[in-house]
Ligand binder design. Structure first.
Ligand code: AMP
Length: 555
């Protein structure tokens, strides 16, 4: 085990398990950059990425990211330095991903939608050294934002820009363009030789249940293993074409759409949430596999979907309970469908080819790895509940984190004494045709899942309480036909009622990402409490759900 630059801020996997994972052939001995390099050398002329704004073969992606890495090293960025990523689904984002990894830097997976509240906190926590943003993202100028974030932030020395930096940073796509490919390759090889595969490769962010976003350290060997095991679970080959319309910087994007196809020499067909551009791309590029969340279910009703699905052999649904009618409809159309449960913290479950239809329709399947361990226990406790009953899913294994970054207090409650991670998700184990499959039955963690984007209720409550006239609040999920859930805030205020515009202005003033802003508010004289004095969220959630239903589905 390496001596990490992060010291005790990263909780290591137990050394005996690391040895077993390695001798068992689960964990490799290479960094992610070297794993990618080996695959690129084996499949140089295959498409690595086909995006809406261009395409790259493995050779082109490999050479381009070598040059970029050499350019980053030339800027004085050193191995281990964290780089904030605020990018969307563009070709350059994938190039930048591998370029940053090849330079030995550590991508921090923030979102393009994050603002000062999120970026300020996270970048200081990890000591970010560079901030990669995308130019031309519409109404919000991320480049100017990055320049502003540097102020009073001594570690944040570089603004890197995808697209035209307009004088405010370094254009990343052309960085290192003049460097001889062989020189760039040697530079990357030298950097990678110095990196331990058990070191932190990537910082992912947790959906978070507390007021403070949690940082998930992912290590080279386990992160690549997670992706490779995912590709194996679906039986992918170099001929597979993986379409992805969800943000690639999410854990599901990086693992399921970038690393997993690349682990087998398969291609990524990179679309966006805009079906008008993404469905024709899928059709043209003959996508064979697609992963869709609740927010994309409308794709199935789109008149362009049949052409997009012409070559599909696998449709994977994730993020929320799958409606039976939807599953039946897909299978009736001849589209083999399955499910995925995944989390930035690690654990993945899938319904691989060969799973019984009932398991694919009603469960998220089985864990990826033979060394994964899952238990369903009394919520918050450790006593297992019998199969068939609902309890909290806890898990441990060769790619599930052992601790959040620099968070000893959180870690004390987020894990059991023997290192199982408490997912906060409610699950049941079913026996189907002799196999044990897991269904997800809800969650106990206090968050809202808005189109797959997780929002911590506690964080929003804490931000609302900073309003001078809000004296108490409870934030809950309200059902939404398109996004699955949206945020509703119950408020107790002093004086006149507040409007939604007042709330928006307050949160904009605090520089909070827009997707976290409540989309509906209700005023109360007081917040209802349970018999033990806790906010009665169940009651409030039921109340708003009934209101939504009475209003015909949307408020
Ligand atoms: P993230 O780390 O943002 O990918 O979020 C992980 C969380 O998303 C899980 O803990 C679950 O709450 C939720 N989730 C992921 N997949 C599913 C699924 N198939 N069904 C229900 N919830 C899911």
């Amino acid at each position: 085990m390496s001596v990490s630059r992060w010291g005790d801020r990263v909780v290591p996997y137990p050394a005996d398990l690391v040895r077993e994972y390695r001798t068992g052939g689960l964990w490799g001995t290479r960094t992610i950059a070297d794993e990618f390099r080996a695959v690129a050398a084996a499949h140089p002329d295959r498409d690595a990425v086909v995006a809406l704004d261009g395409r790259l073969t493995f050779r082109e992606l490999d050479e381009g990211s070598d040059r970029l890495a050499a350019g980053l090293a030339g800027l004085g960025l050193a191995p281990g330095d964290p780089v904030l990523f605020q990018v969307t689904n563009r070709l350059g984002a994938v190039l930048a991903w591998y370029g940053v990894l090849k330079a030995g830097l550590v991508p921090v997976c923030t979102l393009a939608a994050h603002r000062g509240h999120e970026i300020g906190g996270i970048s200081r926590r990890v000591g970010a050294v560079a901030h990669l943003v995308e130019a031309g993202t519409g109404s919000f100028d991320l480049v100017a934002f990055a320049a502003e974030q540097q102020r009073g932030h001594p570690t944040l020395r570089h603004v890197l820009v995808l697209g035209d930096p307009d004088g405010a940073g370094v254009a990343i796509e052309t960085l290192g363009a003049g460097i001889d490919p062989a020189v760039a390759r040697r530079c990357v090889a030298e950097i990678q030789r110095g990196i331990d595969p058990d070191e932190v490769a990537v910082f992912q962010l947790s959906g978070g249940t507390t007021g403070v976003p949690k940082v998930i350290p992912r290590l080279h060997a386990e992160y690549w293993y997670n992706a490779a095991a995912y590709a194996r679970s679906w039986g992918w080959t170099p001929a597979t074409r993986v379409a992805h319309l969800i943000p690639i910087i999410h854990n599901a994007g990086i693992e399921c759409a970038v690393h997993a196809p690349h682990s087998v020499g398969a291609g990524l067909v990179l679309g966006s949430a805009d079906l008008a551009e993404s469905l024709p791309l899928m059709a043209m590029e003959k996508a064979t596999h697609v992963l869709l969340g609740h927010a994309h279910y409308r794709a199935f009703a789109d008149p362009r979907f049949p052409a997009a699905a012409a070559a599909l052999t696998q449709v994977i649904l994730s993020g929320a309970k799958v409606p039976t009618a939807l599953f039946d409809d897909l299978e009736r159309r001849g589209l083999w469908s399955g499910q995925l449960f995944g989390m930035g913290e690690g654990m993945f479950l899938t319904t691989p080819p060969g799973s019984p239809r009932q398991a694919r329709a009603t469960t998220v399947g089985t864990p990826l790895s033979p060394r994964d361990e899952i238990r369903v226990v009394e919520p918050g406790g450790e006593a297992e509940v019998p199969d068939g009953q609902v309890g909290e899913l806890i898990c441990r294994g060769p790619y599930t984190l052992r601790g959040y970054f620099d968070a000893p207090d959180v870690n004390r409650t987020a894990f059991t004494a023997d290192g199982f991670y408490r997912t906060g998700d409610l699950a049941t184990i079913h026996t189907i045709d002799g196999g044990r499959y897991v269904s997800i039955e809800g969650r106990i963690k206090d968050l809202i899942s808005r189109g797959g984007e997780k929002i911590s209720a506690e964080e929003v409550e804490w931000l609302l309480l900073r309003h001078p006239r809000i004296t108490a609040t409870a934030v809950v999920a309200m059902p939404d036909p398109r996004l699955g859930e949206r945020t509703c805030a119950y408020l107790v205020v002093e004086g006149e009622p507040l409007t939604l515009d007042d709330i928006r202005a307050h949160l904009a003033g605090l520089q909070v990402a827009k997707f976290k802003w409540p989309e509906h508010i209700e005023h109360l004289a007081e917040i209802p409490r349970t018999s033990v004095g806790k906010t009665d969220k169940k009651r409030l959630q039921a109340q708003i759900a009934a209101q939504v239903e009475a209003a015909g589905g949307v408020l």
